[in-house]
Design a protein around this ligand. Structure first.
Ligand code: S3P
Length: 170
C-alpha cells in the first residue's frame, strides 16, 4: 500500500481546507487533484468544463491518478468530488472519506466568507437541485470505496486532522 492519504468526499465539504490544516500542523506535503489538473491544462476547472466538457475533465482526472500512482509518495492528496471514479484509486494510498449531510455542506458553502467564489468555481453546484441529486447518487459509492470514514459535521478541524494523523497513513 502506498503511503499517501487520498482524501475524498463531496464538493464543498472542506477537503482542501482539511489538507491545508494537516500540512500546516504536521509539515507534510499536500497536493490537490483539481490544482494539478488546472496547472497541467493551464485552465480553470470551470473553463475546462465549459470548453471541453465533463468527459474530457474525467480523462484528465485519470491521467492525474496515473501520475500519482507512479510518482507520488508520503503526500496528503485532496481530490475533486468525482475523483473517486478513477480506476486505480485504491492503489494510490489510504482512501479517507469526509462525510456530512448535503444540507450541512450546502450551508457551509453559503455561509463561507468567499461563498460566491466557492460556488462559481464548481460547475456542478450551479443548480442546487442537481447537486443534491448528485450527492444522493454518490453517497453509497463514496462509503463503499473508503478505507476510513470521518464525519465532519460540527467537528473542530484540529480534531479531524488529529484523527487522520493517528492512523500514520503517510
Ligand atoms: C467535481 C468536484 C470539483 C471539481 C469538479 C467536479 C465533482 O472538486 O473536481 O468541479 O464531480 O464532484 P471539489 O470537490 O473540490 O469541489
Amino acid at each position: 500500500m502506498k503511503k499517501n492519504i487520498i482524501l475524498i468526499g463531496f464538493m464543498g465539504i472542506g477537503k482542501g481546507t482539511t489538507a491545508r490544516a494537516y500540512g500546516k500542523k504536521y509539515g507534510s506535503f499536500i497536493i490537490d487533484t483539481d490544482d494539478l489538473i488546472e496547472s497541467k491544462a493551464n485552465k480553470k476547472i470551470k473553463d475546462i468544463f465549459k470548453e471541453k466538457g465533463e468527459k474530457y475533465f474525467r480523462n484528465l482526472e485519470q491521467e492525474c491518478a496515473n501520475w500519482i500512482e507512479t510518482s507520488v509518495e508520503h503526500t496528503f492528496i485532496s481530490c475533486g468530488g468525482g475523483f473517486y471514479k478513477v480506476n486505480n484509486l485504491k492503489k494510490l494510498g489510504t482512501v479517507i472519506l469526509l462525510d456530512a449531510s448535503y444540507d450541512w455542506i450546502y450551508n457551509r458553502l453559503l455561509t463561507a466568507e468567499n461563498s460566491k467564489a466557492k460556488l462559481k468555481k464548481r460547475p456542478l453546484f450551479s443548480e442546487p437541485k442537481k447537486a443534491k441529486k448528485l450527492y444522493k447518487d454518490r453517497e453509497k459509492f463514496y462509503k463503499e470505496i473508503a478505507d476510513k470514514i470521518i464525519n465532519v459535521e460540527d467537528r473542530e478541524m484540529k480534531d479531524i486532522i488529529k484523527e487522520i494523523h493517528k492512523g500514520s497513513y503517510i
